[in-house]
Design a binder for this molecule. Structure first.
Ligand code: CO8
Length: 258
């Protein structure tokens, strides 16, 4: 039977997507990226799902774009197939929280995929690099844009120009990731976090995600204005009234995700 490039599973309100090309260290080819995009959009439109986890194997989250697939491509191949935009950008359309659970190598496009997620949980074994320069390539899936926003220009330039690899503790210190956990606890800790997030009111989560992302792309006053509208809109939410009333009557809120 043909191997599936991604495996899809659900744990309560959490959708779990596992990159599944272990022999190639989850190198990202078109089939994998198309399947990842499909799985993300399916979970995003599934009312029973409140958060999404993307993970890889114990050795690699993903070692980058598939070099074997790319080696013979020419300009017209990538231009006409709309390489990157066609399937790499799908993750930007997802409105629910997406958490990357990273063990082992997150390199090149694999590091960029993690950077496109909302939260990155790294095992102590995680290693992050944008080594495209070694191939005379450039990070082309958002690396030169998201990395400096995440860790600042000085560290980002160092990583992009020298191919410097960061271990999990360095990545944590520089703000590239959200948390470091023991290697063997990666999935349990990530699923616990994702489950907790998925239990909150989904429209509130979506509003927060949209608002934080807006902070990357707007001036402070535009961002504050956008946030204000999100705040006002909360008063149209049944969950917000339930959350506040439950607090006042010292009971656990029951959210209907409305
Ligand atoms: N593409 C294709 N195959 C890969 C890749 C990859 N990115 N990475 C590893 N593999 C394959 C190896 O060729 C090897 O295959 P085989 O067993 O058939 O020889 C297998 O996976 C295991 O790899 P190694 O034997 O090399 O394992 P090591 O533990 O010795 O080394 C490393 C692990 C350090 C991760 C090493 O494999 C490595 O350096 N890989 C390449 C990393 C890299 O350069 N990534 C950037 C790729 S370019 C990129 O992402 C461009 C992004 C820009 C646009 C984004 C969309 C494409």
């Amino acid at each position: 039977m043909k191997e599936q490039p991604v495996l899809v599973d659900t744990r309560g309100r959490v959708g779990v997507i596992t990159l599944n090309r272990p022999q190639q260290l989850n190198a990202l080819n078109d089939a994998l990226m198309d399947a990842l995009g499909d799985a993300l959009l399916r979970f995003d439109s599934d009312e029973a799902i409140g958060a999404i986890v993307i993970t890889g194997s114990t050795k690699a989250f993903a070692a980058g774009a598939d070099i074997a697939a790319m080696a013979d491509w020419r300009y017209m191949d990538v231009y006409q197939s709309d390489f990157i935009t066609r399937n790499w950008e799908t993750i930007r359309r997802v409105r629910k929280p997406v958490i990357a659970a990273v063990a082992g190598f997150a390199m090149g496009g694999g590091c960029e995929l993690a950077l496109a997620c909302d939260i990155i949980i790294a095992a102590e074994s995680a290693k992050f690099a944008l080594p495209e320069i070694k191939l005379a390539m450039v990070p082309g899936a958002g690396g030169t844009q998201r990395l400096p926003r995440a860790i600042g220009k000085a560290k980002a330039m160092d990583m992009c120009l020298s191919a410097r690899m960061l271990d999990a503790l360095e990545a944590d210190r520089y703000g590239l990731i959200s948390r470091v956990v023991p290697h063997e606890r990666l999935l349990d800790e990530t699923l616990a976090l994702a489950g907790k997030i998925a239990g909150y009111s989904l429209p509130a989560l979506m509003a927060i995600k949209e608002s934080v992302n807006r902070s990357w792309e707007s001036s402070l006053s535009e961002g504050i204005g956008f946030e204000r509208r999100q705040l006002h809109a909360r008063f149209a939410s049944e969950d917000a009234h339930e959350g506040m009333k439950a607090f006042l009557s010292k009971r656990t809120p029951v959210f209907e995700h409305r």
